[in-house]
Design a protein around this ligand. Structure first.
Ligand code: CIR
Length: 253
C-alpha cells in the first residue's frame, strides 16, 4: 500500500515539452485542471500528496516519475537521458531527505529515467531505452541489490519508456500492450492485453487496490474491472499530447 505521493505542478513552459504524439499543443489551463483532478484522485485513494511548485526552466518537469525511483528501503535519483531534462532532478535530494535515509544517484555516463522501471514486489524490471542506457541500468541494479532487491533488463523496441506499455496491478496482474504482450520475461503474469487502438491506456496505475485509468478507453477499463478492481477514470488529454501518462505524473511510495 502507498501512503504518499509527490507531484510537480506543470509550468506554462509545458507547451515546449518533448513529444512525438502529433496531437497538438497542450492547453495550459486545462492541464492545470486535469493535474488538480489527478491530485484529488490520489488523495481519494488515501495518499498524502506533496505538490512541488512548477519548474518553468524544464518543460517536461511535471513528469516527475522519471527523476527518481522510490522503494520501501531507498530512493534512487535518476539521470535523465535527454539534454532538456538533465537538470530536472537537481532539487530531488532535498525533497527526498525528509522521507528516505538512503538516497543513491545515477551518474554519467549512466543515464536512467524511472518511467523505465517497473516494481513487482522486490524485483524491478528496467527498460533499456533511448533514455536509459546499459551503464544506467547497471548502476540502478547495483543500488537495488544493496538493499536486498533484484533487477533485470528489458530491451525496448518501439515505446518511449517501459511503463508506456506496461503496468503492474499487484496480485500477479500485468497490463501489457504491443511489444510486451508476448515478451518471455512476462509470461508468468496474468496478462491483461491492451488492444493497439487503446495502447495509451496501458499506462495506468494501481493505487491501494484501485486502478486509475485515463478517460476514454472503454475496453481497457472493462478488462481491468473484470479482473476485480475498482476504477477511477481521469482525463489527462493535455499530458498525452506530451507522451506522458498517469504514472509519469507522480512518485508514489
Ligand atoms: C518526455 O519525452 O520525456 C516527456 N515529454 C514525457 C515523459 C513521460 N514519462 C513517462 O513515460 N514516465
Amino acid at each position: 500500500m502507498y501512503s504518499r505521493a509527490i507531484v510537480r505542478t506543470p509550468g506554462k513552459s509545458m507547451v515546449n515539452g518533448l513529444t512525438s504524439a502529433g496531437l497538438g499543443l497542450p492547453d495550459y489551463d486545462l492541464a492545470l485542471d486535469q493535474h488538480a483532478e489527478y491530485i484529488r484522485a490520489l488523495e481519494a485513494c488515501g495518499l498524502d500528496v506533496l505538490v512541488l511548485p512548477a519548474d518553468e526552466g524544464h518543460p517536461d518537469s511535471t513528469f516527475i516519475e522519471d527523476v527518481a525511483l522510490l522503494t520501501g528501503k531507498c530512493a534512487i535519483i535518476m539521470n535523465p537521458g535527454v539534454a532538456s531534462r538533465k537538470e530536472e532532478p537537481a532539487d530531488m535530494r532535498t525533497v527526498l531527505m525528509d522521507y528516505f535515509s538512503y538516497i543513491h544517484e545515477v551518474r554519467d555516463p549512466g543515464t536512467a529515467e524511472a518511467g523505465d522501471i517497473m516494481m513487482v514486489g522486490t524485483h524491478f524490471y528496467i527498460g533499456l531505452s533511448a533514455r536509459t542506457n546499459e551503464r544506467g541500468v547497471r548502476q540502478v541494479i547495483g543500488y537495488l541489490e544493496q538493499h536486498g532487491y533484484s533487477g533485470s533488463v528489458i530491451t525496448l523496441k518501439n515505446v518511449l519508456h517501459l511503463k508506456t506499455g506496461l503496468a503492474y496491478l499487484e496480485r500477479n496482474n500485468l497490463v501489457a500492450s504491443g511489444e510486451f504482450v508476448s515478451n518471455e520475461a512476462f509470461q508468468q503474469f496474468n496478462i491483461l492485453t491492451i488492444d493497439s487502438d487503446e495502447s495509451y491506456a496501458a499506462n495506468c496505475i494501481w493505487v491501494n487496490n484501485r486502478v486509475l485509468v485515463p478517460t476514454g478507453f472503454p475496453k481497457t477499463r472493462k478488462a481491468i474491472e473484470d479482473a476485480g478492481y475498482l476504477i477511477t477514470e481521469i482525463n489527462v488529454s493535455e499530458f498525452q499530447k506530451l507522451d506522458g501518462g498517469l504514472s509519469c505524473l507522480s512518485l508514489r511510495f
